[in-house]
Design a protein around this ligand. Structure first.
Ligand code: NAD
Length: 314
């Protein structure tokens, strides 16, 4: 299959690119390398993937690439992913996550109006549902984002529906839980697992914002990639949660990483909770089972071990 992955040089995107190549697809990556790295694609570029360095806000440049490649499936992962930046600069967040997504949809439609590429959109669970009492949260719960990031992702999802209605496009939005695994940036703003692994490796203390009892649905990146592949191959539409149905607290993550570190693991330090952070998040995964035949495979203890060991050299 001819595929195009926006954000393919990033953490999740680069794992997806590897999996697409491994099953024999041709892959074009669209990425401006703002947070992604060319080194994430080292093996992929050797295996025949093509990197087009451009900003998805540049509709003309994006449209030219999509028209030339004529992909059958587009996995749209390029995004502004920083919740705190979305609060300090909500307009920037909207330009990247809403306008960028509209550009992707429009490029797919214009490249082949009779048979546009299927578009798989990477959305978010926790940031869209906000603080809800319904846990694990099904897709039917009304969105209540607590930050511009969740709002922009939700708005982008609605554009998928619009392009379905207007042009009969085949699209799906996957609402991910908190994704973790090798290649996640340990120096970044998001990604508590990578940050803690990085701190522990450097002999530093993990910094916990709030009391550490806040929970998330942590999903291992290899499991998520399987969901993306299935979503690309199916014709299911609408929104689908991709999570584990398990809540894990930040304290439990720190405990498990301390166990992996062994004796002498530094104790965590605590800082005040941050604006825009929700208390609990856990995604119902029933719809993913029904429409994609997917469920997560990697238990959190095992996923943390794989991640901790993979980040050893970084
Ligand atoms: P990431 O920052 O590693 O990847 C994002 C990629 O998009 C990077 O390679 C970056 O260079 C690229 N990019 C950013 N702005 C761009 C632009 N204007 N034009 C072209 N490329 C651009 O982040 P990630 O964790 O791999 O996230 C991938 C997707 O998954 C995002 O859409 C994110 O919102 C979504 N998501 C991630 C998580 C998670 O826990 N990591 C959870 C829910 C949803």
């Amino acid at each position: 299959m001819r595929t195009l992955v926006t954000g393919g040089a990033g953490f999740i995107g680069s794992h997806l690119v590897d999996a697409l190549l491994a099953r024999g697809d041709s892959v074009t990556v669209v990425d401006d390398l703002s947070s992604g790295r060319k080194s994430n694609l080292e093996g992929a570029l050797q295996a025949g993937a093509v990197l087009e360095r451009l900003d998805i806000r540049d509709a003309d440049a994006l449209g030219s690439v999509v028209a030339a490649v004529e992909p059958e499936a587009i996995f749209h992962l390029a995004a502004q992913v920083d919740v705190r930046l979305s609060l300090s600069d909500p307009a920037l967040d909207a330009r990247l996550n809403i306008e960028g997504t509209v550009n992707v949809l429009e490029a797919a439609r214009a490249a082949n109006p009779a048979r546009p590429a299927r578009v798989v959109f990477s959305s978010t669970g926790g940031a869209i549902y906000g603080d809800t009492d319904v846990l694990p949260t099904p897709e039917t719960v009304a969105p209540l984002p607590m930050a511009a990031y969740g709002q922009s992702k939700y708005c982008a999802e609605r554009y998928l529906g619009l392009f379905d209605r207007l042009y009969g496009m085949s699209t799906i939005a996957l609402r991910f839980g908190n994704v973790y695994g090798p290649r996640q940036d340990p120096h970044g703003e998001a990604g508590v697992v990578a940050i803690f692994c990085g701190r522990l490796r450097a002999g530093g203390r993990p910094k916990i914002f709030g009391d550490g009892r806040q929970t998330r649905d942590y999903i291992y990146v290899a499991d998520l990639v399987q969901a993306l592949l299935r979503a690309g191959d199916s014709d299911a539409g609408g929104v689908v949660n991709i999570g584990t149905e398990e809540e894990t607290s930040v304290l439990a993550i720190v405990d498990r990483l301390a166990e992996l570190h062994g004796p002498g693991a530094p104790e965590p330090e605590f800082a005040p909770a941050r604006l825009g952070e929700i208390e609990r998040s856990c995604l119902a995964a029933g719809r993913a089972g029904e429409v994609l035949g997917w469920r997560s495979q990697t238990a959190i203890a095992e996923g943390l071990r794989l991640t901790y060991e993979a980040l050893a050299g970084t």
